[in-house]
Design a protein around this ligand. Sequence first.
Ligand code: SF4
Ligand code: SF4
Length: 103
Amino acid sequence: MSISIEPEKCVGCGRCTEVCPGNLLEMTAGKAAIREVRDCWGCTACVKECPRDAIFYYLSADLGGAGGRLYAHDTAVSLTWQLRLPDGSEQEIIVAKNKANAY
Ligand code: SF4
Ligand code: SF4
């Protein structure tokens, strides 16, 4: 379980480094980087925080994810999870924040 960072998308805002509860992310030459991938427990806080889609959560085959990439778009009213699969297909799950605790 881990995230991955796409440096070409990273604009160096540093927001992800401020939310990681394990302090695993750092800025290197103006780009975010993860110190040690094996230490990431996949909380997805950094995925949700990144404003540029530069961080995704990797869904490995052993998790049933078939190598998919999970991105998040977080707004004041909703959280959208976007799953991009290797075959090019996409799925979205939209969670309304005012109903997030209704289940
Ligand atoms: S998924 Fe969580 S633990 Fe892993 S790097 Fe991002 S914020 Fe840190
Ligand atoms: S939040 Fe996204 S754009 Fe900002 S430093 Fe982290 S990876 Fe780069």
